[in-house]
Ligand binder design. Sequence first.
Ligand SMILES: Nc1ncnc2c1ncn2[C@@H]1O[C@H](COP(=O)(O)OP(=O)(O)OP(=O)(O)O)[C@@H](O)[C@H]1O
Length: 246
Amino acid sequence: MSTPIVEAIDIEKTLGEGAGRVQALRGVSLTLKGGEMTLLMGPSGSGKTTLLSILGCMLTPTRGTVRLRGETTTGASAEGLARLRRSHVGFVFQSYHLFPTLTALENVRLVLDVRGERGEDTRERAAAALTTVGLSHKHHAFPRELSGGEQQRVAIARAVVGRTSAILADEPTASLDSENGQAIMTVLAEIAKDPERAVLVVTHDPRTLPFADRIVRIEDGRIVGEDAGARRAIVTTEPEVPAHVP
Ligand SMILES: Nc1ncnc2c1ncn2[C@@H]1O[C@H](COP(=O)(O)OP(=O)(O)OP(=O)(O)O)[C@@H](O)[C@H]1O
């Protein structure tokens, strides 16, 4: 049986103040298991980024529990959350977020440095992560010398180099053309074959569908359905829950 990497139980999140107060999540439960690629899809404003931020310990829920590899985040200090995040989570964003003055290798190695891992082997680990994403020939290139797809591959190498078990990607293909988008999804799907790793991709992009094990649909802060993706043979469609039932 595959291991639960991230478990979110009955998550609620209220954002903003006064008249701008929004209930972004209204009782969301979601488990990400090792060896799975999950797509999170839903309309703009439905709560996808809020949920990804809570799963990755960037944001704390108003109510509910998150467990990362069995460790609960409830009551953790900001420092405790940062430790959990560094140990277990790798993020990939639409706009890459690379340091422009560092080479590809240095961008990846920096993650290990931040984690206090400074041995000579960190260079080899960073190089191995770049090889995983097909960039063994671009160690010394600066982000401005790389295409968008290559920059995103550096960002993925950075997300996996720390041997984190949850890879959370927010619209990773949105800035890329079809070919590069496919290449990025192929790399993420390859990572998701590891039974010790779970990959969650927030996306609007229908081109990502063939890479999914599961497609989770969110509307108005609630999970409204789940379908088995093309990568999985067994169909596990759950009944749809109306979005507006209190
Ligand atoms: N800091 C904030 N203060 C107040 N409301 C917020 C804040 N951040 C997000 N929201 C609101 O919370 C809801 C969920 O936002 P979220 O960004 O999670 O949606 P999303 O599904 O990721 O949208 P998109 O696809 O457009 O990125 C939206 O109504 C949004 O306007």
